[in-house]
Write a protein that binds this ligand. Structure first.
Ligand SMILES: [Zn+2]
Length: 425
């Protein structure tokens, strides 16, 4: 049956409208796809050059955590104002910002020869330094905030401020009383190394004769348990080999070295053997590589000892002529050593530091390495990482060697955030 002419026109019109609609939809789909491709290309163009080629941009995006600086002594003994750019030392707020730092663990260091390996003198020295770090944050809330957790660091970094944290270098201030571990935890301390260069009754040091045979005794093991319970990280930098093994075999939480290097490269007692690095990784912990040439450059320690012998009388004279207290006499000695080391010892570059990072990564992977400068605690530095403002030079060298942006994030602070979180649980 033929279609009546009126009906045919109506059908034809409908068909035309449908075709037009389909064409419109097709055009719009094609257009959107083009726009999306353009947008993707735009985004890639915007980020690729910065992430892949610009170390400074990579560095700024990462959360950088330095696990060890001895600046609190300067706050106490020299009354320095960290808000100013200081003409000496390795650390202040201005240079920390320039260096893209986000969090600093300040070392609460009690020199046992000067303040006692226990007792009220050691406790007071520790308490005063902790108070000085709290005061820094209170006096400069626009720059600093006292922090104790990984979440604190993330938040403070997002507010573009610096997080100030504390760790005890040597357990002298706990004065052989288990309850003092919690006392220091409550004051904000979040790591402790059992010993500095002098052994205690309960833990051996890598720096003296007693440490050669001393590990943790029952009290020492109780201290590790108490630190695990509270969420205070155990630091194995400075402890004797025997104490190291007692710590990793007793700790139920990830263990850290806050400022050490690799003995396979530089054979000094302060550094970690490959077995030790593997043991730290098995706990889930992190080796934070020190920036100090003595622990990084093979043979440097022997050269430094020789120079120390040559300048001994000069150092002694500076100490005798200083009329201040014991801390000021130490400052006078350090000043001479710093000047003479700079003149007499060969320069060491950041690439040597990255050799140690590479070594840890080859042994145990990129999840178990971090950084611990020891700034303001040493009389010699790397030539191109001579203070905290030059921290981006480390990132530059890591990228040059082929580390990815996510690797750099982990090395600069991401790994330590993970370990802090694991210890906080
Ligand atoms: Zn140290």
């Amino acid at each position: 049956m033929p279609t009546p002419p009126g009906l045919a026109r109506a059908l034809f019109d409908r068909l035309r409208r449908s075709v037009a609609l389909v064409v419109l939809i097709l055009i719009s789909v094609l257009y959107t796809n083009c726009r999306m491709t353009e947008k993707t290309t735009e985004t890639t163009n915007k980020t690729t050059p910065q992430t892949a080629n610009d170390p400074v941009a990579v560095h700024r995006r990462a959360i950088a955590i330095d696990m060890h600086a001895d600046t609190p002594q300067r706050l106490l003994d020299e009354n320095v104002d960290l808000a100013q750019r200081l003409s000496d030392g390795h650390f202040d707020s201005v240079r920390a910002r320039e260096g893209g730092l986000d969090a600093q663990f300040f070392s609460i260091w009690v020199e046992p020869q000067l303040f006692g390996a226990g007792g009220p003198g050691a406790m007071k020295r520790a308490d005063d330094q902790i108070a000085a770090v709290h005061a820094l944050a209170e006096r400069h809330p626009e720059t600093w905030e006292f922090a104790t957790t990984a979440a604190d660091i993330r938040r403070i970094a997002s507010e573009e401020k610096l997080a100030a944290l504390t760790g005890l270098e040597g357990g002298y201030a706990i004065d052989e009383k288990i309850e003092n571990v919690e006392r220091y935890y409550k004051l904000g301390v979040r790591y402790m190394s059992p010993a500095w260069t002098e052994s205690l009754s309960w833990a051996g040091s890598s720096g003296d004769e007693a440490g050669k045979t001393r590990g943790l005794n029952d009290f020492g093991r109780a201290v590790v348990r108490e630190m695990n319970r509270l969420g205070m990280m155990v630091d194995v930098s400075h402890v004797s080999d025997k104490t190291f093994w007692d710590v990793v075999n007793n700790s139920t939480k990830p263990v850290i070295a806050t400022h050490s290097g690799c003995r396979a490269i530089t054979n000094v007692p302060r550094n970690l053997t490959d077995d030790m690095i593997q043991a730290i990784a098995r706990t889930g912990g992190v080796v934070n590589v020190i920036f100090y040439p003595e622990h990084l450059e093979p043979g440097w320690s022997e050269k430094k000892k020789k120079v120390d012998g040559q300048i001994a009388s000069e150092v002694q004279r500076a100490s005798d002529e200083e009329k201040g207290d014991v801390a000021h006499k130490k400052l006078a000695r350090d000043r001479v050593r710093r000047e003479e080391f700079a003149k007499r010892l060969p320069p060491v570059m950041v690439s040597r530091l990255v050799d140690h990072i590479d070594h840890v990564v080859k042994l145990v992977g990129v999840d178990h390495v971090g950084i611990g400068s020891d700034f303001d605690g040493v009389q010699s530095t790397l030539s191109d990482l001579a203070d905290i403002s030059q921290l981006p030079n480390l990132t530059r060298e890591l990228l040059r060697r082929g580390y990815s942006e996510s690797d750099v994030d982990k090395i600069l602070g991401g790994n330590m955030l993970r370990v802090m979180e694991a210890n906080e649980k």
